[in-house]
Write a protein that binds this ligand. Structure first.
Ligand code: IPE
Ligand code: IPE
Ligand code: MG
Length: 255
């Protein structure tokens, strides 16, 4: 896919607007939410889908244009087989149930990650949802499934090698154009729920200058109020992209 000309935070200073344009979320804490209620872990995943539905609506209402969520990491296959299987079935079920609503709301749906390991039913449901919503521009929902940041960079590199036999050097622009988020600006705000303060192999390349926000709120409890807390934390940040505070004060960000 072609590079759509989004500014790289390391190649130039991006113009940042007041609100976050792109939010990336690690939806963590479903298992603990369920355990606290003496429920099986998977009950937390089911509730997590509801939290996601509310978060999409809240993001649209707040003028966010891109929401990228981590649903299943390339390392999550290490979980017990019955939990993995439940998550895959939940993905299929939720997608089939929600796809029309996503489409009616002008939402473009995409999945990033290695699809080769998905069962055919899931792969088909994803392909159908992506095709149905391909023309939508109001809001971009991207689900990272069987995704890993290292996989993403290596996959991009391997594609470049395949397309350019004998190539000896790659620059940032070439690599970024092959990454799975090549259609979006870099995330402005990263949110991880559930209290852990780590990236867990999410968007390693794209988070270079993203503002990081961690909350103890467990994902099934995440709501519009919790989103507002994250966004107001973002508003309080000074995004310097390597420059000094004085330079920002002088309006140099638009220089
Ligand atoms: C996040 O919740 C959902 C997935 C990783 C699929 P967890 O299942 O990791 O919940 P905790 O971290 O065990 O509470
Ligand atoms: C990260 O959560 C992945 C998703 C939310 C899909 P995990 O719960 O799997 O992360 P770790 O293992 O605690 O780092
Ligand atoms: Mg977890």
């Amino acid at each position: 896919m072609a590079d759509q000309g989004f500014v790289s935070s390391t190649q130039a200073v991006p113009q940042t607007s007041a609100g976050p344009r792109h939010i990336a979320i690690i939806m963590d804490g479903n298992g603990r939410w369920a355990r606290k209620r003496f429920l099986p872990r998977v009950a937390g995943h089911t509730r997590g889908v509801e939290a996601l539905r509310g978060t999409i609506t809240a993001c649209i209402e707040r003028g966010v244009e891109y929401l990228t969520i981590f649903a299943f990491s390339s390392e999550n296959w290490r979980r017990p087989a019955d939990e993995v299987s439940f998550l895959m079935q939940l993905f299929i079920k939720s997608l089939k149930k929600e796809v029309n609503r996503l489409h009616q709301n002008g939402i473009r749906f995409r999945v990033i990650g290695d699809r080769t390991r998905f069962e055919p039913l899931l792969a088909e449901a994803i392909a159908e949802a992506e095709a149905l919503t391909a023309g939508n521009t109001r809001f971009q929902l991207t689900v990272a499934a069987n995704y890993g940041g290292r996989w993403d960079v290596l996959n991009a590199m391997n594609r470049l090698l395949a397309q350019n036999p004998g190539i000896t050097e790659v620059d940032e622009r070439m690599l970024a154009a092959e990454l799975s988020m090549n259609f979006a600006p870099e995330p402005d705000l990263f949110i991880r729920t559930g209290g852990e303060e780590r990236i867990s192999n999410f968007l390693l390349w794209q988070l270079a200058y993203t503002e990081l926000y961690f909350t103890a709120t467990l994902w099934p409890d995440f709501d519009a109020k919790a989103l507002d807390l994250a966004i107001s934390s973002y508003w309080g940040r000074e995004r310097r992209f390597g420059r000094t505070s004085e330079q920002l004060g002088a309006g140099a960000e638009h220089a």
